[in-house]
Design a protein. Sequence first.
Length: 282
Amino acid sequence: MVAALAAAFLCTPVGTGLWSLNHYQGGGSLQYGLAAAWGGLGIALVAFGLRAEEMRAGVLGFLGGWMIWGGWFQFGFQLFAEQLSVPPLEIAPGVALPGANGLLLASGPALLAVLLLYGMLNRETRCAFMRFVMRHGRLSPGQPTPGLRRKVARVVAMETLVIIWALNVLWLLVYWAVGFGALLWTIFAVYGVWALYLVGRQLRISRPAYALRYGIPVGLIAWILVELPAQFGLLPAFWQRPLEWPLASLTVLAVFLFSLGVLVRRPSGSHPVASGGVQASS
């Protein structure tokens, strides 16, 4: 389902644009107050989604997790980086990541490992990746409870947060480890093939609610194919300067909102396949 993929793909540039406006136009303590309110609104959306039907619950969980990340995580790292005077992280000559990203790099791996371990050792986990790791690592705590209805909004919000966080940490570690050179672009090429493979699988899913759940990580993963070249000046990063690129920024925002509207109006569809695999369209 294209709308699910588009919404997840575009949430990063939209979020970065909102961060830029808040940081550079708001600034000072105002930006942190607005960020706190934005994250609080994300919590409210997740809470509202707990009582919604599956498709809308998934959309509200996705939006809630995205807003919590943008409001509380991004500005939280920024606040501590400023207070602790965390220096920029130089990943290549003339290319430095801000101190907030350095703080994210330092604090992310251990916390993410705990969250992933908790997810993998939870018998109710239906994440295909986690169950694959559990199955092949012989760590499986057992099959999910038959007929147990999960709170989709809460699960999707947590998945969105963890995936955004994991991708940030992954590429910060890659930048730090290999810098700007042939090895970076080799890793990027392999990553690109994997991302395109996932896009192809997502587009074959026929059930809307499952397409949304699968499309969130795929869209976020695919955005790196644009973000990384822009980080090194190979593409114009217009989403970082929305006031300088108003037409492009408004177009991205419009497509993002339109995709969300399409998702909200779609019915959930039939029950997903039990194995968590892709239900291909005919």
